[in-house]
Design a protein around this ligand. Structure first.
Ligand SMILES: Nc1ncnc2c1ncn2[C@@H]1O[C@H](COP(=O)(O)OP(=O)(O)OP(=O)(O)O)[C@@H](O)[C@H]1O
Length: 294
């Protein structure tokens, strides 16, 4: 059986703004049917990477999305790619039903019926003016619009910025239940990584324009272990096993190990898989330390 081509493929992807290089040669493939989380500090290069694959910015190196060069084929690509960004804005002067009519005129794969179905059960009425909707409602409306587009790739750049926890949870639940299928691929950036961890199949950590982690969530589970040491003597023994990260939290020593035997850690305290945010903090610090030490 031949492997289907990846949805996104980047090789040596570089971006410079003036003399400053922002992306330093990224290599990655994103296969179909996956839910990717792209995680990094402020200014790490997440939006620039997303802009490169949406054809919004021209880069050096090679990037293909659905087999196309995004910058050269942006209009064609947008038939199969949908996008929500943190700066996204909908035309505020329109009513909801007018927005649907407008999108159906410009997007061949947009279904007004589907968009209306997605809004059923929310407080957003077709006659409502967009300018009178709350931030959370606008995010819901935006999600309804993109979910009603039969896209193969959906790119979400901080889609829940400014929303309260209820709206954020509802947003991701709907995405998972009403949108995701094996043929679709989702790429999400957010700083609230713990909130999307449950739905991710793969993660990419980007640091200062370099991809330092790209792995499946199952690999995270087998590769990394977190130990909360039971007492100082156990912490001392655990330290000898070479954690990649160690810190004291509320008087307890918490360590993260890479490739450790969990059976060897178990007598020393409570062992689990680290959360993505803990792993992120651990690996970012290690890289910084190594870079400094080199
Ligand atoms: N048009 C531009 N001109 C010059 N520099 C830019 C431009 N766009 C982005 N940058 C710089 O590129 C770097 C990466 O920015 P980018 O927006 O990709 O980061 P990010 O990881 O998305 O950050 P955040 O989490 O804060 O949104 C930053 O240092 C930013 O200042």
């Amino acid at each position: 059986m031949t492997t289907p081509p990846p949805i996104v493929s980047a090789r040596g992807l570089r971006k410079r703004f003036g003399k400053t290089e922002i992306l330093h040669g990224l290599d990655f493939d994103i296969p179909a049917g996956r839910i990717y989380g792209l995680v990094g500090h402020n200014g790490a290069g997440k939006t620039t990477t997303l802009n490169a694959l949406l054809g919004l910015t021209q880069c050096e190196g090679r990037i293909e999305v659905l087999g196309l060069d995004p910058f050269a084929n942006r209009a064609k690509l947008m038939e199969d790619v949908a996008f929500i960004s943190d700066v996204a804005s909908l035309p505020r002067f329109l009513r909801v039903r007018e927005l649907f009519a407008l999108v159906s005129n410009i997007h061949p794969k947009f279904s007004q019926d589907k968009a209306r179905d997605f809004l059923a059960g929310t407080d957003i009425k077709p006659e409502a003016r967009i300018k009178n909707l709350s931030k959370g409602m606008i995010a819901q409306l935006h999600l309804a619009v993109v979910m009603a587009i039969d896209a193969k790739l959906l790119v979400l750049d901080e889609p829940t910025l400014g929303l309260d926890i209820t709206y954020r949870k509802r947003f991701y639940r709907r995405l998972l239940e009403d949108y995701m299928t094996e043929e679709r691929t989702l790429l999400i950036t957010t700083h609230q990584v713990d909130e999307i961890e449950f739905m991710l199949s793969d993660i990419m950590f980007i640091r200062d324009g370099e991809l330092i982690v790209h792995m499946q969530m199952e690999t995270v589970n087998t590769k990394y272990s977190q130990l909360v040491a039971s007492d100082p003597a156990s912490a001392e023994k655990a330290r000898a096993l070479g954690p990649v990260f160690s810190e004291t939290r509320f008087g307890q020593t918490v360590m993260i190990f890479e490739g450790a035997d969990r059976a060897a850690l178990a007598p020393l305290g409570q062992v689990s898989t680290p959360s993505l945010s803990d792993l992120f903090v651990a690996l970012m610090q290690r890289e910084t330390y190594n870079a400094g030490a080199a």
